[in-house]
Design a protein around this ligand. Structure first.
Ligand code: PEP
Ligand code: MN
Length: 355
């Protein structure tokens, strides 16, 4: 489906990069909302976010005040002039959010993973002109993310943007949600007119990771940032470890280096040529490696050996990731590359075995 995208065109917000949205994870009390909002507005923030319906992994946590908190957001808008944004997950949320004058709606990561829920939202939005931001689904599935954007767009919402908030994984290391930058990059390649906003707070899960994630997303040409900011982060009722004060946020934003988006200098062309050559070399080497691997497959066949020998496989992964790390390549990245190479080797050996 061809998406029909128009600029977000937000009143009072300059259409320059990066578009900044900031505010607490959750609207906790009228005082917390107003204090945070006043500080953010004083620092020049134009769009305020706060969750009033909070999807929680387990029952018993703070699930948001719902409708009770909407007048606080309305007050933020009236007093500071900021635009206000909140998460909607059901048609009733949409109706209430619009009733209280919410300017921007976003679809959360748990909702965008569910086509039934997204379709219900799309149906509720039909005929309404409101900007909608769609977070990536919790699982790394680009088609599902695009599907959610298509459903909302299909209901006539043209002021649409995507939010990259990282992807859930069982094996959590540095990040709360793995950035898997290749996915938003591929989204941009597939739908160039769709703005992509990065959510470093939910990717990092830790406030000390926010600055570098912001810079990384800007260097990748993303269009904006949505960052959780709270007047008293340590005492936040949700996502305490990833929120920053409005002043820290200002500090982070001031440090950001925003490079122009289209980089088409001669230098880059020459460097790209070098990259092409190296990639050709890599493919060549991989093909050689696969040839040898097929020979090993033949040997295993003749000697009735099993294809995967776990100890050899672990040795390769450990050694290569350690070597990569010495050369400044993230060990997780090297492991992934060798896992993929090994998977293809196994496939080729199975082919030989079954011949
Ligand atoms: C949020 O923005 O506070 C939130 C719940 O995010 P996500 O849907 O990305 O988990
Ligand atoms: Mn949050």
């Amino acid at each position: 489906m061809e998406l029909q995208i128009e600029p977000l065109n937000l009143p009072g917000v300059e259409a320059k990069r990066p578009l900044i949205i900031a505010g607490p994870c959750s609207a906790e009390t009228e005082e917390q909302v107003m204090t945070t909002a006043r500080q953010l507005a004083n620092n020049g923030i134009k769009i305020f976010r706060a969750g009033v319906w909070k999807p929680r992994t387990k029952p018993g946590g703070f699930e948001g005040h719902g409708e009770k908190a909407l007048p606080w957001l309305k007050q933020v808008k009236e007093e500071t002039g900021m635009l206000i944004a909140t998460e909607v997950a059901t048609p009733v949320h949409v109706e209430l959010a619009l009733k209280y004058g919410i300017d921007i709606l976003w679809v959360g990561a748990r909702t965008s993973a569910n086509p039934f829920a997204v379709q219900e939202l799309a149906d509720a939005l039909r005929g309404i002109d409101v900007p909608v931001l769609v977070k990536n689904p919790v699982n790394p599935d680009l088609e599902l993310w695009i599907g959610a954007l298509e459903r909302i767009n299909g209901a006539g919402i043209k002021r649409l943007a995507a939010i990259h908030r990282g992807f859930s994984s069982y094996d959590k290391k540095i990040y709360r949600n793995l950035p898997m930058w290749q996915i938003p990059i591929e989204l941009h390649r597939r739908i160039p007119s769709m703005p992509v906003i990065c959510d470093p707070s939910h990717i990092g899960g830790r406030r000390d990771l926010i600055a570098s994630l912001c810079q990384q997303s800007m260097d990748l040409g993303m269009d904006g940032l949505i960052i959780e900011s709270h007047c008293d982060p340590n005492n936040a009722w949700s996502d305490a470890s990833q929120q920053v004060t409005p002043d820290i946020l200002e500090y982070i934003l001031n440090l950001l280096v925003i490079r122009d988006k289209p980089v088409t200098t001669e230098n880059i062309t020459a460097l790209r040529r070098q990259i092409d050559e190296i990639d050709n070399g890599l493919i060549d080497l991989l093909a050689k490696r696969m040839r040898i691997s097929r020979e090993i497959g033949q040997y295993k066949k003749e000697h009735s050996m099993t294809i995967v020998q776990t100890s050899r496989y672990s040795e390769i992964l450990d050694k290569r990731s350690a070597q990569g790390s010495l050369c400044g390549i993230d060990t997780h990245c090297t492991r992934q590359i060798f896992e993929a190479i090994h998977e293809e080797s196994v496939r080729q050996q199975i082919e030989i075995l079954n011949k």
